[in-house]
Design a protein. Structure first.
Length: 227
């Protein structure tokens, strides 16, 4: 059932071409400066939607923290726009801090003329610790004195031991953010595309969001799911 308020929902003001161009330049520059990379670890496209191209996506972030939801939705909408598509964050029309009902979501979708729904959620943030064992090797830039332990006088012993390099063992910790993205068709309510991405050791939470959403938006462009 469509909500009565749907036709008058307070959509955010439209973005002008000049603003969009400035935003695209900024995002490109930001991506170029960041060393963080995101990979699409797995994805699936429903073969029944091979010719489907979405003109306007409704982005819904699944998060109980409203600030996180807003940030993810806004960043994702910008990433889609940067790839030539059109998307709108849901928080502007559905600002509720509690779980959204089906009626609320359906009313917002029908009132905004969307043909696709993009639902994103953070699956996990994992910390992995890897141990590199200690090692010993000969320094090629020093002179090695053979002949057994203690032979060759004090300098022979010094030179022999100096040539031995000992590297202590150490732990390396990496942080991996895993994101799940599902794209649905409004017309059929069917799942069109789903994917999981991995972002390793981002410089910040904001950097992780930018890298994640940019990688997924690029994948949707490659799959020709957005113009």
């Amino acid at each position: 059932m469509t909500l009565a308020l749907a036709p008058t929902l307070p959509y955010p003001p439209p973005v002008t071409n000049a603003q969009l161009s400035t935003l695209c330049v900024f995002l490109i520059a930001l991506t170029a400066c960041s060393k963080t990379s995101t990979s699409i670890s797995q994805s699936y496209r429903n073969p029944g939607y091979e010719q489907t191209v979405f003109k306007k996506l409704f982005v819904i972030g699944v998060a109980q923290n409203q600030e996180s939801r807003k940030a993810f939705e806004d960043t994702f909408a910008s990433a889609i726009a940067n790839q030539g598509g059109e998307a709108q964050a849901s928080w502007g029309v559905l600002p509720e801090s509690t779980q959204l009902s089906e009626e609320q979501i359906r009313g917002a979708i029908e009132g905004g003329g969307f043909d696709g729904v993009l639902i994103i959620r953070l699956l996990s943030v994992d910390k992995d610790k890897e141990y590199t064992p200690a090692s010993t090797y000969n320094n090629p830039r020093t002179t090695y004195y053979g002949g057994g332990y203690g032979y060759g006088g004090y300098y022979g012993f010094y030179g022999t031991t100096y040539a031995k390099v000992h590297e202590p063992g150490y732990f390396e910790t990496s942080t991996t953010f895993r994101l799940e993205t599902n794209l649905y068709s409004v017309a059929t309510n069917g799942l069109v595309w789903t994917g999981q991405s991995e972002t390793v050791d981002p410089e910040s939470i904001s950097d992780a969001r930018t890298s994640m959403t940019a990688a997924v938006a690029k994948k949707l462009k490659e799959e020709k799911l957005i113009p």
